[in-house]
Design a protein around this ligand. Structure first.
Ligand SMILES: Cc1cc2nc3c(=O)[nH]c(=O)nc-3n(C[C@H](O)[C@H](O)[C@H](O)COP(=O)(O)OP(=O)(O)OC[C@H]3O[C@@H](n4cnc5c(N)ncnc54)[C@H](O)[C@@H]3O)c2cc1C
Length: 436
């Protein structure tokens, strides 16, 4: 006898929510009806300039998530550039750190757009329904309803069989679980703030042509760094990251002053900065980031948190999105193992994933050092340490970045193998852990 499909309501049309929709419909499209709600407007209808943007490096963990859905990786690859390593630019010279595996550098909003377009190309209502401009407001777990509000204050209550909180670091679903269902969660502000930045990749007049298959970065000092990824159209998109208490823009009031700052401190990138972008940088708001730590990612057998809603981390080692997509791979494995019995899948997901998420927070907070001496040691370990590992694999472990970026070892295992370095950096810093 045919059973009626389960209604899965996903709050948040970010990378995690959209990839989960793909997986659910791909596994059993007759068994699930997916409704996705997002508080923002439909990105297919919003001009690019209105969207927040920064590049994401997708490495093995994230790419594995895309590979589970036929042709999805190819669709994403068409909109991104493959990078085989990083160039660290200093005033005097630049040095290259190669990666074993290729990463795909893609703009966060382009990633979302492709996931969305592919979803609506493959499935139609009633299997998938998309509702934008709907902000999750309240939740009644006993009645299995979640309420949304539109910008014109229309409210709607939606029934669900399962509710997925994929609504990012500021998750309302998580906050409601914490307020009414005993979920233990903690938030901490990342000490860094950032501004998105958009540069040209080449400046023929000055003979600058940065490689379009490398991430480009520079560390001005322990308080300021810039990370840029090549994008289609000979562009570099990235983030200008700084200690939130020492905002270098605080003293810059004109585009000329911004140009002069870059010319003095980051000359290579200064040569790629247009006057219009210098002006836009002044006006672009400073973004702050939070880390999220939870003691579990589910409530009963009906509500689940994934991605940043469950475990947002500092972007310092570029794992937020990769781990969000990896969540979906793990959920899919559990749905396979328990034959789509969510009552078993949800607690198993928490049991397996919470230790990884806590490990990832430590790795993200402490893999990259802040003191000048440790920054020097960091680069030595990345270069000389890698050689030593090749020559004496028994005596020298791969460095933490190589374990995170070039393997799919669990984050808990990476932390275990890298505990010496992580503890050393931790001791040199005063960042407090929000929940242990
Ligand atoms: C500067 C920067 C660089 C980064 N670089 C990398 C990188 O190189 N590699 C990497 O892996 N990660 C990176 N990240 C992290 C990555 O962007 C996030 O981890 C990833 O976007 C998380 O995906 P998500 O789907 O869980 O959440 P999000 O991308 O935050 O999506 C959440 C969605 O939920 C919606 N939403 C929020 N609240 C509500 C509500 N109340 N009701 C309805 N909808 C709601 C939002 O509108 C949004 O669409 C970077 C982040 C930053 C800031």
């Amino acid at each position: 006898m045919a059973t009626s499909p389960q209604k899965i309501v996903i709050v948040g049309a970010g990378p995690a929510g959209l990839l989960f929709a793909h997986y659910l419909l791909h596994r059993r499209s007759q068994q699930y009806q997916v409704e996705i709600y997002d508080r923002r407007p439909d990105p297919r209808q919003v001009a690019v300039s209105e969207r927040r943007s920064f590049p994401i490096s997708l490495q093995e963990r994230g790419l594995q998530g895309l590979r589970g859905i036929p042709d999805l990786e190819a669709a994403i690859a068409q909109q991104s550039l493959p990078c085989q390593g990083t160039v660290v630019h200093n005033k005097q010279r630049s040095r290259e750190i190669r990666r074993q595996n290729t990463v795909l550098a893609i703009d966060r909003n382009t990633l979302v757009l492709v996931l969305l377009e592919e979803l609506s190309r493959r499935y139609a209502a009633p299997q998938v329904q998309l509702r934008f401009n709907h902000a999750c407001e309240t939740l009644d777990a006993a009645a299995q309803t979640v309420c949304f509000k539109t910008p014109d204050s229309q409210e709607s209550a939606v029934h669900y069989d399962r509710l997925i909180g994929a609504d990012g670091a500021g998750s309302q679903v998580r906050d409601l679980l914490a307020a009414h269902h005993g979920l233990q969660s903690a938030q901490a502000l990342v000490p860094d703030a950032y501004k998105s930045i958009f540069l040209a990749r080449t400046n023929p007049d000055q003979g600058i042509d940065l490689a379009n298959n490398r991430i480009h970065t520079a560390n001005l000092n322990q308080d300021v760094r810039i990370v840029l990824a090549p994008q289609p159209g000979d562009r570099l998109h990235g983030a200008f990251v700084f200690n939130a208490e020492k905002n270098p823009f605080a003293d810059l009031t004109t585009p000329t002053a911004v140009q002069a700052y870059f010319a003095e401190h980051l000359p290579t990138f200064g040569a790629l900065l247009s006057d219009a972008e210098a002006q836009a940088l002044l006006e672009r708001p400073v973004a702050r980031l939070t880390t999220i730590t939870c003691d579990r990612f589910h409530e009963g057998d009906r509500i689940l948190l994934v991605g940043d809603a469950a475990h947002a981390v500092s972007p310092s080692i570029g794992q937020g999105c990769n781990s969000a997509l990896e969540d979906i791979v793990i959920l899919n494995q559990l749905l396979d193992r328990y034959d789509d019995d969510w009552a078993q899948v949800l607690p198993q997901f928490s049991q397996q994933r919470v230790p990884d998420a806590h490990a990832l927070r430590d790795l993200s907070d402490y893999a990259f050092p802040r003191t000048p001496l440790l920054v020097l040691e960091f680069f030595l370990r990345l270069t000389l340490g890698r050689k030593l590992h090749q020559w004496f694999p028994q005596q020298f472990q791969p460095f933490v970045f190589d374990l995170v970026l070039d393997t799919n070892l669990s984050y808990a295992e990476v932390l275990r193998r890298s505990s010496g370095w992580i503890n050393k950096v931790k001791r040199s810093m005063t960042v407090e852990s929000p929940l242990t």
